[in-house]
Ligand binder design. Structure first.
Ligand code: J9Q
Length: 225
């Protein structure tokens, strides 16, 4: 699967993607990720990417021309049609189902927006607008990383142990049981005996029950606030 990321801060994207599971998948060629500096698609001497909003108001708006040029260049290089995602707080909430849908797209472009906004005419080229949650961020770079991580994990061959993927999909039904690793006793705190028992049927039952209990207490916390 191929990702192109269009951003004014390439450094915010490059290092995080070089590490861990995603970095290994890029090295192996399972994923192809290209970070594109929006300034490379400007045509003026000062490489200006933003301008004041028509009608006035605070902040700067990303200009349409560098974005259209970047998308044209990516389309020429990769071939249309492209899935073009704009990260924005107004977008469709990112869920595991949305990630699954995007993972079946061979080629995804991520446009990193800015807090102040993107010229509305860019939306003519956008196929999906996605939010990672309701809070204020400075820009779409971190949301783009979140989307790539969630989507790329679902691409066959990216996650080494296919068992952990199967368990992940199982996890929307049964999410998160308590996990322990060695030592069996740490600062007086012990690991539940069942996990040391080697009785896999009992362990499975215990995890199921613990996960259910955790969901109940999480629901309560939400109701209280
Ligand atoms: C671009 N707050 O926030 C939540 N999902 C995406 C965003 C976002 C933001 C500002 C700029 C994206």
């Amino acid at each position: 699967m191929t990702f192109d990321i269009v951003t004014i801060f390439p450094a915010m994207i490059e290092q995080p993607l070089a590490a861990g599971i995603i970095g290994r998948a890029i090295d192996r060629g399972t994923l192809d990720v290209k970070v594109r500096d929006l300034r490379d698609f400007t045509t003026d001497r000062h490489r200006v990417v933003d301008d004041v909003p028509y009608g006035g108001g605070p902040g700067m708006v990303l200009k349409p021309d560098p974005i259209f040029r970047a998308l044209d260049a990516i389309e020429t290089e990769r071939g249309a049609p492209l899935t073009v995602i704009l990260t924005s707080p107004q977008g469709e909430p990112l869920t595991q189902a949305v990630a699954g849908r995007l993972s079946r797209s061979p080629h995804v472009v991520l446009l990193c927006g800015r807090y102040e906004g993107v010229d509305e005419r860019v939306r003519a080229r956008v196929t999906d607008e996605i939010s990672i949650g309701d809070y204020v961020l400075s820009g779409g770079e971190i949301p783009a990383l979140v989307i790539i991580d969630a989507v790329a994990r679902l691409v066959p061959g990216v996650v080494g142990d296919p068992g952990s993927l199967a368990q992940d999909s199982f996890s929307d039904e049964l999410t998160g049981w308590p996990q322990f690793t060695r030592p069996a006793e740490y600062r007086g705190m012990t690991v539940p005996e069942v996990l040391l028992s080697g009785d896999h049927a009992r362990i499975k039952q215990w995890r199921r029950q613990q996960a259910a209990q955790r969901r109940v207490s999480q629901t309560k916390e939400v109701k209280q606030t």
